[in-house]
Design a protein around this ligand. Structure first.
Ligand SMILES: Nc1ncnc2c1ncn2[C@@H]1O[C@H](COP(=O)(O)OP(=O)(O)OP(=O)(O)O)[C@@H](O)[C@H]1O
Length: 243
């Protein structure tokens, strides 16, 4: 379970995350939504210890990330698709991560197979398409067979086959009792794969509910409609009319 309590992050005059409290329970896929700049990535980075909160706490299974005995085995993270060194092959990239965490080489082969990367495992990551990079990022997140997965925009750039694969994967991981927190701007996809959604705007909580709770009573009855209504006052970057 991920617990975020009164979490706040300021960068100079900018408050990226503002007193945010929510939980992502185990055995469920929690969608994390919000307009551009709402603070989703900053929150995820604080959960995994890449940013220090200005105040408040974030824990995984009751512990701050920095105190986890075996972080990669507890939390699998995909925050930056281009995190692999471009000159390294996918296999070498995963093997290096596995070695530093005492994970056997056989697990590298397993996650390569699981993510459908066998044919390109010995190609340099720098030559990968966006979708292949996503698969590699997900492979890295799965390496330690963690009980919690945090995935920032995992379906971004995937072809329809890949989108379906991620949907099935996260549903299966949750059915195994794991905690899955994933951000996406694709409402239709989230409606299909998430049990719950946490919606934020300008760093603040706007909703924390199951998908049916959010959708019920919304005109049009879709998650997208519910989201647009919730975030109407929290959009910082809005395009002009297209004529
Ligand atoms: N390192 C930083 N220094 C200064 N400001 C930052 C930093 N990181 C994020 N911000 C600001 O914090 C706010 C939240 O950004 P964040 O990337 O967390 O939003 P997001 O919800 O992930 O957005 P998107 O959907 O566009 O990815 C933005 O105003 C952003 O400019």
């Amino acid at each position: 379970m991920i617990s975020v309590t009164a979490l706040t992050k300021r960068y100079g005059p900018t408050t990226a995350v503002d007193g945010l409290t929510f939980t992502a329970p185990s055995g469920a896929v929690t969608g994390f939504l919000g307009p551009n700049g709402a603070g989703k990535s900053t929150t995820m980075r604080m959960i995994v210890g890449l940013e220090r909160p200005t105040s408040g706490t974030a824990t995984v299974d009751g512990r701050p990330y920095a105190e986890l005995a075996a972080p990669l085995r507890t939390v699998g993270v995909m925050l930056d698709v281009r995190s692999a060194h471009p000159g390294r092959t996918a296999f070498r990239h995963l093997l290096a991560q596995a070695r530093t965490h005492g994970i056997p080489r056989s697990r590298v082969d397993e996650v390569i197979a699981l993510t459908g990367l066998e044919a390109v495992a010995h190609r340099r990551a720098g030559t990968f398409s966006l979708g292949m990079g996503q698969r590699l990022g997900i492979a890295g997140a799965l390496l330690g067979d963690p009980g919690t997965l945090i995935l920032d925009e995992p379906v971004n750039g995937l072809d329809p086959d890949g989108v379906l694969w991620v949907r099935d994967l996260v549903r299966r991981l949750a059915a195994e009792g794991r905690t899955v927190l994933l951000s996406s701007h694709l409402m239709h996809e989230l409606a299909l794969c998430a049990d719950r959604v946490v919606v934020i705007g300008q760093g603040r909580l706007l909703a924390d509910a199951t998908v049916p709770e959010l959708v019920d009573g919304t005109e049009g009855g879709s998650l997208e409609e519910a989201y647009l209504q919730l975030t109407a006052g929290a959009v910082q970057y809005r395009g002009g009319d297209v004529r």
